[in-house]
Structures are given as C-alpha cells and as structure tokens.
Write a protein of this length. Structure first.
Length: 317
C-alpha cells in the first residue's frame, strides 16, 4: 500500500471503496478570456478570435467544482476577483469520475470542451481540475495561443508555511501519480515530509450530496488518519470537489491543521494574466452561463450544487 517516491515523501493508495456513483456532478472548470488562435491540432479552429477586452462582449469562461457553501469554489473566487467578466461554466457529468480514467481519455475530453469554449469565443481557459491540469494543460499550451490557467495542489505554500515540517495531500489517484505532481514535490517540498494519500470515492460522495454521511466520514477517517498521525499542520485539498467536505475534514484533522484550496490563488493568477494581455473587462457585464454534459439526467443534483443558476444547458460535446 505504501510507496516512497521521494525522500521524506510517503504516498498511500487504497483500492476504490464502493460508493454510490450513479449521480454525477461537475468535474472541472474552464474559463474564457482572450485572443484565441488554434494550432494544427485543432484544424476546425484555424482562425483568429477577435480580442475581447473592455467591451460588453468580453467573455470570461469557466467550469469548476463546488465549495463548502454550496457554491463552486474556483468559480466563486474568479467571479469575486473578476466582477466585470462573463463566465461560461462547462462540466462533464456524463463521464465522471475522471480521477481514475486513462490519461488519453482526459486529454481528449478536455480538448473537446476547450474546442467548444473557443467556438464560443472564449478569451482564456481556466482548468479548475487538478486531474485535467496534470494531463492536459501542457498539451493545450503547446497547441493554443489563448491563456491556459491550470490548477495544482497547493504544495508550495503548504511546504513554505508548515510549522511542524509535515504536510498532507489528498487527491485523486491520477493526480498523485502524475509527473506534474511529482515535479511539485521535487521543486517545493524537499525540506519537509509530505504524506500523499490517493482518495478514491470522495469525489463520488460529493457528487451524491453526501457531504457528512457515515460513508463519507468513514472514507475521510481512513484517508486522513495517516496524515494526522504524521503530525501534519497543513492539508492540501488536491481535488476541487474536496472543499465541499471541509467541515467533515476539519472535524477529523482538528483546529491545528489548516486546509489549503486553490480558488483564490487561481483567481489572482487569472487576473494578472488578463491584465498583462490587456484583456480585463472594465465594464460591468457580469454573467454566468452553465453547460453540462449529462445535465438532463442530473438536474436535481446540479440544482443542489449550482444554486441560483436559472438554466443549465446540455454541453453538446
């Protein structure tokens, strides 16, 4: 069950614990803002997209998972930091969970959704999913000229600010096994002990709305016990679904452990990128539209996870 990838780094993995995964919810976030020109990898998109800044037509597109207050943590942070932008939320309920899918599948699904956003004239893309970022961000950056903002587990700030010298990370198996994640550990966590736990089943609990059920708490107890026992005072939530479980996580970890999620840092990076490219919208045209693959089958759960959204359209890819 244990394998040591790096000095001072322990990686724990459990086989998937059965969980009700029949109800599925948004997997990742994509935001649009910028001038887009596709490469030969997107033959259908070989055209320049007009610059979309400082006008009422400015589009800021995004799709992301939820936070502890029945909102989407990354989307919420982006809308707070970019109050004048228009957001497009895209989610892939029809194919979740992504965390245990082959990398090739994740790359192709991300490509398809990004393609859809570019056809909607998105000016930037935010991948609000650690799994999608690990598998597809570098590929998309090579293929496209629009800004691609990804999400990574907050290992750097956790390692920099730990008082005990121990940090914990929970994430999907795909994220914990990715080269990008191992690179994060090598670059930023060489002087601390990192306890990494792959946590299959937690995303499905969120998607079912089981934020504090017995099944969820049993899974959390199993995954968090080795992290707490190691003395971690920083816990990195390495999946954007996990903030939904913050209350239950905090009860197990105790007040001495700080939970780190990526919403605010990603929003700040996105704003800085848009500002540097002259793409910030100065006019108040804020809005958010939702496109979800599998929306019809999961309307009830989507209404729970996307409160206040008047309409949720089917994502046509």
């Amino acid at each position: 069950m244990n394998s040591v990838h790096l000095p001072n780094t322990i990686s724990l993995d459990w086989e998937r614990t059965p969980a009700d995964s029949t109800v599925k919810t948004p997997v990742f976030t994509i935001t649009g803002t910028g001038t887009g020109q596709a490469s030969n990898s997107f033959p259908a998109l070989k055209k320049d997209f007009p610059r979309l800044s400082n006008t009422s037509d400015s589009l800021s597109r995004k799709s992301s998972p939820p936070s502890t207050t029945c909102r989407l943590s990354v989307l919420k942070a982006l809308r707070e930091e970019l109050p004048n932008e228009q957001f497009l939320y895209c989610a892939d309920c029809a194919h979740t969970p992504w965390g245990d899918k082959p990398e090739s599948f994740i790359v192709e699904r991300t490509r398809a959704i990004v393609h859809f956003l570019l056809e909607k004239r998105a000016k930037a893309i935010v991948l609000a999913c650690n799994t999608a970022t690990a598998a597809a961000a570098d590929i998309l950056r090579r293929e496209l000229s629009v800004p691609i903002i990804g999400i990574e587990p907050a290992v750097k700030p956790a390692a920099a600010h730990t008082r005990t010298g121990v940090i914990g990370v929970i994430a999907t198996r795909r994220t914990t096994e990715s080269a990008r994640y191992l690179s994060l550990l090598k670059r930023f966590a060489g002087n601390v002990k990192v306890v990494t736990v792959a946590a299959p089943g937690l995303m499905e609990c969120v998607e079912c709305g089981d934020f504090n059920s017995e099944t969820t708490r049993e899974l959390l107890l199993k995954y968090l016990t080795p992290i707490k026992a190691a003395g971690a005072d920083k816990l990195v939530l390495g999946c954007t679904h996990y903030p939904f479980l913050s209350e239950a996580i905090s009860e197990i970890m105790g007040p001495e452990a700080e939970l780190l999620e990526p919403g605010k840092p990603v929003a700040l990076v996105t704003r800085a990128r848009l500002r540097s490219l002259g793409l910030l919208n100065d006019e108040d045209s804020a809005s958010c539209a939702y496109f979800v693959a599998g929306a019809k089958e999961h309307q009830a759960t989507l209404k729970l996870l996307l409160p206040g959204s008047e309409t949720i359209a089917e994502l046509p890819v």
